[in-house]
Write a protein that binds this ligand. Structure first.
Ligand code: PAF
Length: 263
């Protein structure tokens, strides 16, 4: 596995790979089994698998959240090497933003709703860094988790709007046994919060409507950002203390089970 700190060195390697199929998984590190499932699929479906680890400052609307974002570089590199990844990109902020973020991608619709309504500028930062990384890596396929469903839709639409020659592959949400969607932020939950966190998924699945789910989440002790049904999914974001959790499920799988009331 080759590790690149310098974009020019990476580009020399990329040229040498020529037309061979390259798959790409962009990450912010602190890798868990959710990332692993994307990386495994990327390795299985391509001649070369590339992963980036870059904690993108422009997508954090709160300095505290950026500062608290976990970093486990050595462990991450061990995981990626064991998965069979060919190249890892570890760019610095100045390499990704030589323009100091003067140029950016802004979407004027979906990005203003749901998570975007609660995190001003978040999706500008996400779309801009994804555009830059796709231009740097030039993959045939790029893998994104369905857990960040709004992000997935926006990235797909951006690729289509800009005629970009890459397929965006959606991968199912990886979950802990109790249903909690895997996320790097989960490690910031204290034991009591960790015990409450699976109610997010359970309530989304079992409530009869988005409003009902919202009420149940508040009763279960969550600070609710939103629960809404959109594009065939039920999407939600809610906080336990200062940890913000997001999740979503297909609407077809909602309202089927009872005995969901955590109170
Ligand atoms: O989903 C993430 O981890 C990030 O939003 C991404 C796509 C790596 C961009 O920084």
């Amino acid at each position: 596995m080759k590790v690149f700190n310098c974009i020019q060195d990476w580009q020399t390697c990329r040229k040498a790979w020529g037309d061979r199929s390259v798959g790409f998984v962009p990450t912010m590190g602190a890798l868990h089994d959710g990332h692993r499932s994307l990386v495994d699929r990327c390795v299985a479906e391509n001649q070369h698998a590339v992963v980036s680890i870059f904690v993108n400052p422009t997508q954090f609307d709160q300095a505290g959240d950026l500062a608290a974002y976990p970093s486990k570089l050595e462990q991450d590199l061990d995981i990626l090497s064991a998965c069979g990844v060919g190249a890892v990109l570890l760019p610095e902020k100045a390499m990704i933003y030589p323009d100091d973020y003067r140029y950016r991608i802004t979407e004027n619709g979906l990005s203003e709703r749901f998570c975007g309504a609660h995190r001003p500028g978040h999706f500008d930062g996400v779309l801009t860094v994804v555009m830059k990384l796709l231009n740097i890596v030039r993959p045939r396929q790029a893998y994104f988790g369905e857990k960040d469903y709004q992000q997935l839709l926006l990235v797909r639409d951006m690729v289509s709007a800009f005629f970009m020659d890459v397929e965006i592959v959606a991968c199912p949400t990886a979950r802990a046994e109790d249903g909690l969607a895997l996320s790097s932020r989960n490690q910031r939950l204290d034991p009591q919060q960790r015990a409450a966190a699976p109610f997010l998924h359970r309530i989304l699945r079992t409530a009869e409507s988005a409003d009902h789910a919202g009420n149940l989440l508040i009763r279960a002790g969550f600070d609710l950002d939103y629960v809404e049904d959109f594009s065939g999914r039920r999407l939600a974001a809610a906080r336990l203390g200062d940890v913000r959790l997001i999740d979503n499920i297909p609407l077809a799988s909602t309202g089927r089970e009872k005995n969901h009331d955590p109170a």
